[in-house]
Design a protein around this ligand. Structure first.
Ligand code: SF4
Length: 289
């Protein structure tokens, strides 16, 4: 097997020492390497935030989109060239706050994409404001008396919303996160991997120790990811147990038609390979004139 290295990026990683983003990055590089994916056939699209720097640190094609917009850009990349492996990355504020409208609609379309969310339960880059996944009662700059809003549940939302692969990882367990990333990337259809990511600078509640004490692996607990009702039940376990038990692993998976499968135009070859010179656009022009 030809060895591919994704490590030859000169840019220094500008995350705080000890940040969970390092674990996610290491797992992603390992997953790409072990799947033997070629750098020129892989695209990583990010939003804005600490997680948004990820494409800078991996030697594949990359695109840093606007805040909350990695999913529409990633789906555009996929439709333009459906032969590419396309991975969107973002944070909880980026994806579940600003970009939540895209999140909802991309799941029901079932594009063949992987979406990795660095879920640190707050806005890190803007120095620690509450985000949609901040825990009830958590004190931040914007919630000095504690969060009072019910946290967004990304796993339950994805199962209900139509994602065909839904998993969660803990950034402190790099080997497990890497395996989940490999499964998500290999899955045909929209795959969400929500990664519990300690923000060591601003989140003093959801620390490495916090997750280490509470996370357990679904596969070791005999969970059947093809059972949608059980997957949904597991998605609510941390709330039910007041964060005493936090499952990680694959909650749900199913195989169904992808959005790309419905497009005869890209069955034989990717959109970018079509000869645009043979397309008669005069009718469209005449309607616009
Ligand atoms: Fe990581 Fe938090 Fe620092 Fe951002 S602010 S780099 S999430 S530790």
């Amino acid at each position: 097997m030809r060895v591919i290295t994704y490590y030859n990026v000169k840019e220094r990683q500008q995350w705080c020492p000890g940040c969970g983003n390092f674990g996610i990055l290491a797992a992603l590089k390992g997953a790409l390497h072990e799947l033997n994916l070629q750098p020129h056939e892989t695209v990583i699209v990010s939003g804005i935030g600490c997680s948004g720097k990820t494409p800078h640190y991996i030697n594949t094609y990359g695109f840093e989109a606007l805040h909350g917009r990695p999913l529409p850009v990633a789906s555009g990349v996929k439709l333009s060239n459906n032969r590419l492996t396309v991975i969107a990355v973002g944070g909880d504020g980026d994806g579940y706050g600003i970009g939540v409208g895209h999140f909802v609609h991309i799941m029901r379309r079932n594009y063949d994409l992987t979406y990795i969310v660095h879920d640190n339960q707050l806005y890190g880059l803007t120095t620690g404001q509450a985000s949609p996944t901040s825990q009830l009662g958590m004190k931040t700059k914007t919630t000095p008396f504690g969060v009072v809003e019910t946290p967004f549940n990304p796993v339950a939302s994805a199962i209900v919303g139509g994602a065909s692969f839904v998993a969660r990882a803990f950034a402190g367990d790099i080997a497990h996160t890497k395996e989940l990333m490999k499964e998500a990337i290999k899955h045909r259809g929209f795959a969400l991997l929500d990664v519990l990511q300690p923000c060591v600078t601003f989140n003093k509640l959801n620390t490495y120790e916090f997750f280490q004490k509470r996370c357990y692996k679904l596969e070791e607990a005999g969970h059947d990811p093809t059972d949608k009702d059980k997957a949904l039940d597991k998605a609510f376990e941390e709330r039910r147990t007041d964060y005493e038990k936090m499952p990680i692993g694959v909650f749900f998976r199913e195989q169904r038609q992808t959005y790309e499968d419905t497009l005869p135009q890209i069955k034989e070859k990717a959109l970018v390979e079509h000869d645009l010179g043979k397309i008669d656009v005069s009718v469209a022009y005449s309607e616009l004139m």
